[in-house]
Design a protein around this ligand. Structure first.
Ligand code: AMP
Length: 113
């Protein structure tokens, strides 16, 4: 399977990893859209939100706890931040390994476009 995020998780290619445990990795986006832009991913390869199943419930919940903790550490929690998942072509998903964008450090517009 040719998945760039799996390659980062297996440390086959470099990334600026800010958090890791047995189930989850988080690393800085190489094309940041905000002063803080971190991707949080399950280590298990899941193609998109559309392919999650009941067994993924715990890790997907844990990702939000990880996001909260990273946001505090990056000092964006106080002013506010956004956690975004793009699912499928119309949403602009380009990497087919489910990932949560943690964005903050500037005023974020809504709707996102
Ligand atoms: P999406 O459009 O939701 O699929 O987001 C994919 C994100 O992955 C984009 O923001 C890319 O900049 C980011 N990205 C792609 N390759 C890498 C990489 N090797 N390391 C870190 N971020 C990456």
């Amino acid at each position: 399977m040719d998945c760039i995020f799996c390659a980062i998780i297996k440390k086959q290619i470099p990334a600026d990893v800010v958090f890791e445990n047995d189930r989850i990795a988080a690393f800085r986006d190489t094309n940041p859209q905000a002063p803080v832009h971190i991707l949080i991913v399950p280590k298990k390869h899941i193609t998109s939100l559309d392919t999650i199943d009941d067994a993924d419930q715990a890790v997907l919940g844990e990702i939000q706890i990880v996001a909260r903790d990273i946001a505090r550490r990056e000092r964006i929690a106080e002013i506010g931040y956004r956690l975004v998942v793009n699912c499928g072509i119309a949403a602009g998903q380009t990497v087919r390994h489910v990932h949560y964008h943690l964005l903050g450090g500037r005023k974020l517009l809504w709707p996102p476009g």
